[in-house]
Design a protein around this ligand. Structure first.
Ligand code: CTP
Ligand code: MG
Length: 367
């Protein structure tokens, strides 16, 4: 006895408008999400694919063509199973099936012969074309996986003359009982373009990237220079040396943002040999970094920075610095951490020869 999952991916996507099943979602085709979810599940022995010839995977137990209806496609996949297998039918258009849902269906199928996931209705339901409400407590929305003893499904498919979009319905038609287990709203099916947009948002929220930035500048002997830290001017304090305004805090943040998107570093984008950046306000660098990572599909989630220096005392200005970084990056002040520490007199920073800063930034992929 094996547990065999069958990914159904042979639909035409009529309600979607085009062939949806191989559209990209977070760097892989939609169908591959559920394929991989079953592949890595400890209770699943093998995973087969029913779909067009363009769909294949080196780890697929089988890959075969589907039929004109979902039912026919399920039957094509079933032909690769042994009667004593537990078969699990999964819509390839449901990328977010969870391990728990798979576990629940396998356990219930072993217990009861067959099982599938369903969710209760949350909205009030009205019959289309009438003003009558339907009691939502009498309704369940069916999801996948659905499955059970392959012998039961072989028998039900054999007997069926119609076409059902529900695997358990075939069993029901021949009087075979099944168990319903809890599904989840997250395991939604990509049926329309709006569902696809939602799926991309879910993937974006799952994928975050973190970048680190570091910078160090020595104090300047040039009395004409001004000290800038975190986008704030400290006119009374000793300035830092540098090609630009030498704002170590903004430089570290800029590098952390570029780093999170693997888009190089500040020196690459603003070479210190380029006269355009001479004495430049570093807010230009930071804004540019936010803008180019934004164009690449990333949204800034948060920034945290630690400045290390014996002087000046900057913590009284932390609120102002965070507000300025917020203005430059477009994120709210609660998403911006700013801290400062001395170097306890140790090393070059400890001898007050300069100031350094570390920053981390998190980006979310928005696609
Ligand atoms: N499916 C299949 N073979 C078919 C029809 C559907 O394998 N002949 C699969 C789909 O690829 C999908 C699942 O079964 O993964 C059912 O989801 P659905 O949203 O109905 O997909 P489509 O049938 O492609 O879409 P539509 O009904 O809008 O045409
Ligand atoms: Mg369909």
């Amino acid at each position: 006895m094996k547990v065999v999952a069958i990914i159904l991916a042979a639909g035409k996507g009529e309600r979607f408008g085009t062939d949806k099943i191989s559209l990209p979602l977070g760097g892989k085709p939609i169908w591959q999400w559920s394929f991989e979810a079953f592949l890595r599940h400890p209770l699943v022995d093998s995973v087969g694919l029913v779909g067009p010839a363009t769909i294949s995977h080196p780890k697929a137990f089988f890959a075969c063509a589907g039929g004109a209806s979902r039912q026919e496609s399920a039957r094509s996949g079933l032909a690769h199973c042994e009667p004593d297998d537990i078969v699990l039918f999964q819509d390839g258009a449901r990328p977010f099936v969870s391990a728990d849902e798979i576990t629940r269906v396998v356990e219930a199928a072993k217990r009861s012969g067959a099982a599938g996931t369903a969710i209760t209705m949350r909205d009030t339901i009205r019959k289309s074309g009438s003003h009558d409400l339907v009691d939502r407590d009498e309704l369940m929305a069916m999801q996948t996986p659905q499955g059970g003893q392959a012998s039961l499904f072989l028998k039900a498919h054999e007997a069926s003359t119609g076409s059902s979009t529900d695997d358990l319905d075939l069993l029901h038609q021949v009087g075979i009982a099944f168990e319903l287990v809890e599904g989840s709203a997250s395991n939604f099916k990509i049926t329309t373009k709006e569902d696809y947009e939602r799926a991309k948002m879910v993937v974006g929220a799952m994928e975050t990237r973190t970048g680190i930035g570091f910078d160090i500048h020595r104090f300047s002997t040039d009395s004409a220079r001004k000290l800038w830290l975190g986008g704030i001017e400290f006119p009374e304090e000793l300035a830092l040396e540098g090609h630009s305004d030498a704002d170590v805090v903004l430089h570290a943040i800029t590098d952390s943002i570029l780093g999170a998107a693997a888009m190089g570093d500040i020196g690459q984008h603003f070479p210190n040999t380029d006269p355009r950046w001479k004495n430049c306000d570093s807010s230009v660098f930071l804004q540019h970094a936010v803008s180019i990572v934004g164009a690449a599909g990333f949204e800034l989630v948060n920034i945290d920075v630690t400045m290390i220096g014996e002087k000046p005392r900057v913590m009284p200005f932390a609120g102002q610095i965070r507000a300025r970084i917020g203005e430059l990056t477009g994120i709210s002040i609660e998403r911006i951490g700013f801290k400062a520490t001395t170097n306890e007199g140790l090393g070059s920073i400890g001898r007050a020869e300069g100031i350094s800063a570390f920053a981390v930034a998190t980006l979310r992929f928005r696609g």
